[in-house]
Design a protein around this ligand. Structure first.
Ligand SMILES: *[C@@H]1O[C@H](CO)[C@@H](O)[C@H](O)[C@H]1NC(C)=O
Ligand SMILES: *[C@@H]1O[C@H](CO)[C@@H](O)[C@H](O)[C@H]1NC(C)=O
Ligand SMILES: *[C@@H]1O[C@H](CO)[C@@H](O)[C@H](O)[C@H]1NC(C)=O
Ligand SMILES: *[C@@H]1O[C@H](CO)[C@@H](O)[C@H](O)[C@H]1NC(C)=O
Ligand SMILES: *[C@@H]1O[C@H](CO)[C@@H](O)[C@H](O)[C@H]1NC(C)=O
Ligand SMILES: *[C@@H]1O[C@H](CO)[C@@H](O)[C@H](O)[C@H]1NC(C)=O
Ligand SMILES: *[C@@H]1O[C@H](CO)[C@@H](O)[C@H](O)[C@H]1NC(C)=O
Length: 334
């Protein structure tokens, strides 16, 4: 039963026991190297033929000469290195200095001095397709707030919440990995926590948002070492909502206010979204009529206007107040 099944498969062009595991597609970067992780199996009847002197070769689909041969690894069209040994059934290969002419499908061949000679051409998924990028892609920057991914370029966050910026980039050639760095318009430098897998480099920037991060752009730069260094970057702008801070009141004109002159009390506050303003005087009750807006102007001052004025500011995240003492002096005394 088994052997007739094998025979059937044989007729289709797949020899029983000849299996290969390798990626269907790999993306290479021009000027860099590409790794193909690969293992193969042979028909058990030829297992005695397999010694470490077996040639492990790569052919380009449609081509008739080997583009890579483990027995003379620098003579083929593709330079590189094959790893492990033939008896380990390892065909993991690194091709160096890939260029656009290397695009295409490749298959593996094992060739011994004995009867074992086999090309792994069928089925088509036994071949690896090498794609070649002309330049490195931008890194991928994702922002998470409350574990939720935010898709926008401008990220709205509330002060005190935690935010995670994750930058990642593909590692094309593990022996010359790229690097990731963060930068921002903040005064202090920003350093991410870095992780690396075989194929990906990740840098996380996790922090608790403060008002200082408002309108700050965070940029992740990936630097790829090719013939020359090529950098690509991706940015996100944070828009932070925060309660009023630094609320203060100024008197204009400054100094002594003479009776009959006009005076403006100007209230300012740093907040997002913008605050609304309410003016109070000495008491807990707002001025009558209720005064709103950042400026309180008294046109024709007299000594009864003297006293402490409060400006209370409010947005949906909080409230703050500040006060100033207004002293209106009679013009004719002192
Ligand atoms: C093949 O060789 C590579 C590189 O040395 C190694 O990482 C891998 O584990 C080997 N695979 C097997 C199945 O031995
Ligand atoms: C950053 O936050 C993300 C998501 O919350 C988490 O998966 C990751 O482990 C954190 N990284 C560090 C370095 O704390
Ligand atoms: C408040 O003002 C001080 C001094 O001008 C400044 O250092 C601080 O950053 C300000 N805070 C906010 C929230 O704007
Ligand atoms: C408030 O007064 C200041 C000058 O004291 C002025 O620059 C500003 O434009 C005024 N704001 C409004 C809303 O009137
Ligand atoms: C103060 O005077 C200005 C211009 O003279 C006028 O526009 C404004 O309405 C006056 N304000 C009050 C509270 O009377
Ligand atoms: C000021 O804003 C707060 C919250 O945004 C709102 O509840 C309040 O009614 C506003 N006050 C005035 C006087 O507009
Ligand atoms: C000003 O702020 C203080 C402290 O937060 C608070 O006790 C007071 O009631 C506020 N005054 C006004 C007029 O809002």
């Amino acid at each position: 039963m088994i052997s007739s099944f094998c025979l059937f498969i044989f007729v289709l062009g797949v020899l029983c026991g000849y299996k290969i595991r390798l990626p269907k597609k790999v993306k290479a970067l021009e000027g860099s190297c590409v790794f193909i992780t690969c293992t193969f199996d042979i028909d058990q009847q030829y297992k005695d033929d397999l010694t470490d002197s077996a040639k492990r070769m790569w052919f380009k689909a449609g081509g008739s000469t080997a583009v890579f041969d483990s027995s003379s690894s620098n003579t083929g069209l593709l330079k590189g290195k094959i790893f492990g040994t033939a008896t380990q059934k390892n065909c993991t290969t690194r091709f160096d200095d890939v260029d656009q002419s290397h695009r295409g499908s490749y298959y593996f061949r094992i060739e011994t001095n004995g009867k074992l000679k086999h090309s792994y051409t069928e089925p088509t998924y036994s071949q690896v397709q090498i794609g070649v990028l002309g330049s490195p892609p931008k890194p991928t920057l994702s922002v998470f707030k409350d574990q939720q991914k935010v898709m926008k370029k401008e990220v709205e966050v509330i002060e005190g919440s935690s935010v995670s910026l994750r930058c990642s980039t593909k590692i094309f050639c593990p022996s010359r990995p790229p690097s990731l760095t963060w930068s921002s318009s903040l005064i202090e430098s920003v350093t991410g926590q870095q992780y690396q897998s075989q194929t990906e480099l990740i840098s996380d920037l996790n922090f608790t948002v403060s008002h200082r991060h408002h309108r700050v752009t965070f940029t992740c730069t990936a630097a790829h070492q090719l013939q020359k260094q090529i950098t690509k970057q991706e940015s996100r702008l944070l828009s932070v909502q925060y309660a009023p801070k630094n609320t203060s009141v100024r008197i204009n004109p400054a100094g002594l206010v003479l009776e009959g002159r006009s005076v403006t009390l100007s209230c300012s506050s740093d907040a997002n979204p913008a605050v609304n303003y309410t003016w109070y005087r000495d008491t807990e009750r707002p001025l009558n009529p209720v005064q709103t807006g950042p400026n309180l102007t008294i046109n024709n001052t007299d000594p009864t206007h003297s006293g402490r004025y409060y400006c209370t500011v409010e947005n949906k995240h909080g409230t703050q107040n500040s006060s100033v003492l207004l002293d209106v002096q009679c013009e004719y005394y002192e």
